[in-house]
Design a protein around this ligand. Structure first.
Ligand code: SAM
Length: 287
């Protein structure tokens, strides 16, 4: 299928057959085939700059903060002292930008497989790639799965900001990956992984959560709304080594002054609690 036609980009994928989301493109800013995937950047009429990998929207200027803040602050605020954080994927820099804001985070390690995504994001998405400028961050280019094999009991929180389970990201949705993350965590460590939408991918959400539950003392699913993602909803599987954790109770509550100083536009402690409340059919499917 021609995904860019008459200045309209249409996203389509076998993961959501028979449905598409389209954006009117003002300008094609970039397009190339990297070693791992096709990397494109568009300037669009209604969503601003858009990063597309292998035909799938990764982030847009209009709504990226909802995703980046929630995948970062949900696990960080579930942890009492998230000093050292690993980010897997996240080549646009948005998650690093958010994690660096948390007052207790001292050190961030990030491993992204595709240096072209980092390069292109620095050039065209500086409002996200600003995350790479944090003095807390050490950035590696490589496969997150392979990286984890060499790291044991090192991190308080691991955030997997992965693309969907096609191409290089397939291994990040397997049970072995949750087992490797478990081994790389310090006691009471927490993981948070991009885990798809309940509307198109409930089977994927169910299997990802099951893998997490098999490896972790406690695990759950939380979600946020991102209009440019398929169905406008995306969720995260969150697991903890602490069996007594209360996921919906943030350990750190930010005041309005904190929210403003940290430029939090989506995350707050009320939405933290609400993110774990699931619709009936999902609640019982995932139980
Ligand atoms: N927020 C986006 C979403 O939910 O679709 C994800 C954005 S971020 C750009 C995803 C990144 O994961 C990509 O840059 C991709 O190269 C990276 N990635 C995919 N598989 C990976 C792997 N095995 N190890 C490290 N990074 C990986």
């Amino acid at each position: 299928m021609d995904k860019l036609k008459n200045n309209w980009f249409s996203e389509s994928c076998e993961m959501w057959p028979g449905a598409t989301f389209s954006l009117e493109v003002k300008e094609v800013l970039h397009g190339e085939q990297s070693q791992f995937q096709k990397v494109q950047v568009f300037d669009t009429k209604s969503f601003g700059r858009v990063l597309v990998l292998d035909g799938i929207i990764q982030c847009t200027q209009k709504d990226e903060f909802s995703y980046q803040e929630m995948i970062s602050f949900l696990p960080l605020c579930c942890h009492k002292n998230p000093e050292k954080v690993l980010i897997v994927g996240g080549g646009d820099g948005g998650v690093a930008r958010e994690v660096a804001k948390h007052p207790k985070v001292k050190e961030i390690v990030q491993v992204e497989i595709d240096e072209k995504v980092i390069e292109v994001s620095k050039k065209y998405l500086p409002f996200m790639a600003v995350g790479f400028d944090s003095p807390k961050l050490t950035l590696h280019v490589g496969d997150g799965f392979a990286f984890l094999k060499n790291h044991k009991q090192e991190f308080d929180v691991i955030i997997t900001d992965s693309s969907d389970p096609v191409g290089p990201a397939v291994s990040l949705f397997e049970e072995n990956y949750f087992s490797l993350m478990k081994a790389a965590l310090k006691p009471n460590g927490i993981v948070c992984s991009q885990a798809g939408t309940i509307w198109y991918d409930l089977d994927l959400v169910t299997s990802t959560l099951r893998y997490c539950k098999n490896q972790f003392a406690a695990a759950t699913y939380a979600y946020t709304s991102v209009p440019s993602y398929p169905s406008g909803q995306i969720g995260f599987v969150i697991g903890s080594l602490d069996k007594d954790i209360k996921f919906d109770t943030p350990q750190l509550v930010f005041s309005r002054e904190d929210e403003k100083a940290m430029n939090l536009r989506y995350y707050n402690s009320d939405i933290h609690k609400a993110a774990f409340v699931l619709p009936t059919h999902v609640k019982y499917q995932l139980a």
